[in-house]
Ligand binder design. Structure first.
Ligand code: ADP
Ligand code: MG
Length: 604
């Protein structure tokens, strides 16, 4: 007799359950997807003890007849695809017909459902894959599934569950994702009989985010959109400077389905990488629509992970759309110049031939080494409003775009910070971070425009490298040349720096060239990717340029603030640190217990 047997369904289902049901939240996901696929406009989710003791999902969708209900708990029974070719065009959430039988094989499972036009509903009860009974029941049109005693048949799985709090967190996240994905459906989530969130049908995405994630999050984000061919993006993205310690608020949807996509995740991080600190994650709710034929959703049984057929196209489009959106947000509105409390606003320093687009550099005559750090000159023609509001704090007190504000310089703090008084309170600016942002954008502009002038050194500087460094320099002579460095070979691994970029002080030329070679060696700078190279170069340059800054006087501080706000992204340094923070007067009053009834102020 042969030894090969076809597995009994019950065992097959339990095996499938191992794949489909990673944790309680996976059950919630499968059931909610079914409700949405059934055309529900109301979905209620309840759970307790992290889903261990109860998961209930109830909808007002089209429900099932008794025959369909019985089929729904059979393996590979699905109403959603008929042939394998349909797989390319799947637009419903489910299509494998695995979820219900898998869930029913590892828990106590009660399905109640009634289809339109049926007199009565059907109740099916299954425990650990064993059908206990099927009978008529009273029930409004729709479906209600109640899962208790999760993993009672597979005790080993129970042991792998994390704490109730952790499992609850996953369930809440899943419910949020689907609620966000389906603004045309009313959602309610209940934990231990208490409402976690409740969101009526609500077409405005931002209101929806406020209901689901809270008003605070909703205030930190701004709408973006874009379209190219079959690709379309709508989204709400965190303002520059808004960063989170986890990815939980970096959420992507493709054709209405919450997904994990490396491509989209990478594109979002990439777009923000100079706007928030390293190691932090942006807040992003990003909805991409694309021709379904361009997506492969069948990568993983739980279907969260997807791939695009043309990854570079999707990535490029996403980055462009986000950057455009961020740019239009941070472009401040025109306004009057800021006033200066201590002394009249200095006119921008006139330095002869310098036009407004020139880099604010030292006099670039070779015989005369530049001295001292230079305060960038404000760009007259582009005076801008100083948007108020902390770069990373609550944006609730952010004024509408276009409101102009006056900043008055008060003084400095600890040799590092500049203090300003504003309409709203007190601004503390990080001097170096602000200088770095200004330099960074000016250099980037110069690199992009190809205007990197070199200054000839009267006495070329000899520079020697180790053999690898020598090879790198030989290979990159053109690259250095196009960025203002003329370097001539001068024997084994030895070179002469003949000219350096005008923005660099001659005494820093050698160090900076060594920096560049080091970066190329580590792979953080590649001459084959000009955009990235320019950025790496600019970032490293502005580090060097802002070493040992002198504290500005009043006029210079004001000019510095203006120059900062003529930047595209004034709120952060090129590495994503805040350039300034604002202490709101209301906050100060609150901390001094002013303006509250019964406060000490009233007693005197
Ligand atoms: P799939 O969703 O992959 O088709 P499931 O096991 O999740 O597989 O569901 C099997 C079938 O049961 C579905 O195709 C659908 O016809 C039916 N079904 C499941 N849940 C519901 C529901 N909430 N309302 C109506 N029909 C449902
Ligand atoms: Mg399903």
């Amino acid at each position: 007799m042969g030894v090969i047997r076809v597995l009994p369904d019950r065992v097959a289902n339990q095996i499938a359950a191992g794949e489909v049901i990673e944790r309680p939240a996976s059950i919630v996901k499968e059931l909610v997807e079914n409700s949405l696929d059934a055309g529900a406009t109301r979905v209620e989710i309840e759970f307790s003890k992290g889903g261990r003791s109860l998961i209930r999902v109830e909808d007002n969708g089209r429900g099932m007849t008794r025959d369909d209900a019985l089929l729904s708990i059979e393996r590979h029974a699905t109403s959603k695809i008929r042939e394998a070719t349909d797989l390319d065009h799947v637009i419903s959430f489910g299509f494998r017909g695995e979820a219900l039988p898998s869930i029913a094989s590892v828990a106590h499972f009660v399905l109640r459902t009634r289809a339109e036009g049926q007199e009565v509903g059907t109740e099916i009860v299954i425990n650990g894959g064993k059908l206990l009974h099927v009978r008529d029941c009273g029930m409004p049109v729709g479906t209600r599934i109640v899962i208790t005693r999760l993993f009672n048949t597979v005790p080993a799985r129970r042991k792998f569950l994390k704490s109730d709090r952790t499992e609850a967190g996953h369930i809440i996240q899943v419910a949020r994702l689907y609620a966000l994905a389906s603004p045309g459906v009313a959602f309610s989530l209940i934990e231990e009989r208490r409402s976690v969130f409740q969101s009526p049908i609500c077409p405005d995405l931002r209101d929806r985010v406020a209901e689901i994630f809270g008003k605070q999050v909703a205030n930190l984000i701004m709408p973006i959109s874009g379209a190219e061919g079959d690709l379309k993006i709508e989204g709400l993205l965190g303002r520059p400077g808004v960063g989170r310690g986890t990815r939980h608020e970096m959420i992507t949807f493709v054709n209405g389905r919450p997904v994990d996509s490396r491509t989209l995740g990478y594109a979002i991080l990439e777009s923000y990488h100079t706007l928030i600190p390293k190691g932090r994650y942006p807040v992003a709710f990003l909805f991409l629509s694309i021709d379904p034929a361009g997506v492969d959703v069948n990568v993983h049984p739980s279907k969260r992970e997807i791939r695009f057929r043309d990854e570079p196209r999707v990535r490029g489009f996403t980055i462009r759309t986000i950057l455009n959106g961020l740019r239009s947000e941070v472009e401040p509105a025109p306004t009057r110049p800021i006033r200066d409390r201590v002394e009249p606003v200095e006119p921008p320093r006139s330095e002869g031939s310098r036009s407004r687009d020139d880099l604010p550099v030292r006099t670039a005559t070779p015989s005369q080494p530049a001295a001292g750090p230079v305060i960038p000159v404000p760009i007259e023609a582009e005076r801008r409003a100083l948007p108020v509001g902390p770069p990373a704090g609550s944006a609730a007190n952010r004024p509408e775009a276009g409101r102009s504000v006056e900043w008055s310089f008060l003084g400095t703090l600890q040799g590092a910070y500049l203090l300003f008084e504003t309409d709203q309170g007190l601004v503390v600016m990080d001097h170096r971070a602000a200088e770095q942002r200004i330099w960074f954008e000016r250099l980037m502009k110069a690199f992009r425009d190809g205007e990197v002038a070199g200054q000839r050194l009267l006495f070329p500087v000899p520079i020697e490298f180790d053999p690898i460094g020598g090879v790198i320099v030989m290979d990159h002579l053109d690259f250095f040349g196009s960025h203002g460095f003329e370097v001539a070979p001068f024997g084994r691994n030895t070179f002469r720096i003949e000219s350096i970029p005008t923005w660099l002080a001659p005494e820093k030329g050698e160090d900076f060239l060594r920096d560049l070679v080091g970066m190329i060696r580590q792979g953080s700078l590649s001459s084959r990717k000009p955009d990235l190279a320019a950025e790496g170069l600019a970032r490293s340059a502005c580090r060097r340029l802002t070493e040992n800054l002198d504290l500005p006087g009043a006029g210079e501080a004001t000019a510095l603030a203006e120059a900062l706000f003529s930047c595209l992204v004034p709120q952060t340094s090129p590495t994503g640190r805040p350039t300034y923070i604002e202490l709101d007067t209301n906050e100060l009053n609150r901390r001094f217990h002013k303006g509250r009834p019964g406060s000490s102020e009233e007693m005197f």
